[in-house]
Design a protein. Structure first.
Length: 247
């Protein structure tokens, strides 16, 4: 459950019917296996709110079960319950799970989504990211750094780059797109990296990111051979100088 090797719709339909038959039977409906069956039925139907009704009712009995935590994490994430999903994925201890590409991708996405939901603190004119969520995108980045070079790690890198960019975590996105551009000097990656660098400056100027992020961006641009890199560095340096920020 949660990772299907076959997309045969007929097999999935039959599996859903079997799970429903067992889970709804009078002999099993109030048992842990019965509720797992109903959760599996709704999982296959992608009705994750219903999945969680059943999984939450048996969570206390399966808190140390990797299979349960993996499926519970996916259900929570699919239902937008990112904090609960992060806790569930973090409870998975099996190395086999932790090395799977699907597990890495879900974990990284959860870090980023959880951070994007973090409430801003401070006055409206001086907003800053809350301390809890600010470091989450970097956890996704570090998850990538821990991987050996492979198709699995490349897929994770793409996910981190795109999810961070879409969520407005531009400094992390810039790092990821920088690596992608080094692996494949495509104009698409440079444009994304350029946008992430500009976005980082905007976030720092708005007080939503630390000036340290600009130092990281300057380090990335200094090793870049693209002709526009120097111009972006000049813009950043000029803004920092006007604000008496040393970068």
């Amino acid at each position: 459950m949660g990772q299907f090797q076959s997309q045969n719709s007929e097999h999935l339909r039959l599996a859903q019917m079997c799970f429903q038959a067992v889970g709804s039977s009078p002999a099993e409906c109030d048992t842990i296996p019965g509720r797992q069956c109903m959760a599996s039925c709704f999982f296959l139907l992608k009705q994750f709110e219903d999945v969680l009704i059943y999984l939450k009712s048996i969570k206390e009995y399966l808190a140390s079960d990797d299979d349960f935590n993996w499926n519970y994490g996916i259900a929570c994430a699919s239902n937008g319950e990112w904090a609960e999903a992060e806790e569930a994925f973090g409870a998975v201890q099996g190395v086999g799970y932790q090395q799977e590409g699907a597990f890495l991708n879900w974990s990284a996405r959860t870090f980023i989504k959880q951070a994007s939901l973090c409430t801003y603190l401070g006055r409206p004119t001086a907003v800053r990211r809350c301390m809890y969520g600010a470091g989450k995108p970097m956890l996704a980045w570090e998850l990538y750094l821990q991987q050996e070079t492979s198709d699995k790690s490349l897929e994770l890198l793409h996910l981190v780059a795109n999810e961070c960019y879409q969520a407005g975590f531009f400094s992390a996105a810039a790092r990821a797109f920088d690596v992608l551009e080094q692996l494949d000097p495509s104009p698409e990656y440079w444009q994304a990296k350029q946008g992430a660098c500009a976005g980082t400056l905007q976030m720092v100027a708005a007080g939503k990111e630390s000036p340290d992020a600009l130092r990281q961006i300057m380090g990335i641009l200094q090793t870049c051979s693209h002709p526009n890199a120097e111009r972006i560095m000049q813009v950043i340096a000029g803004w920092a100088s006007a604000k008496n920020i040393i970068i």
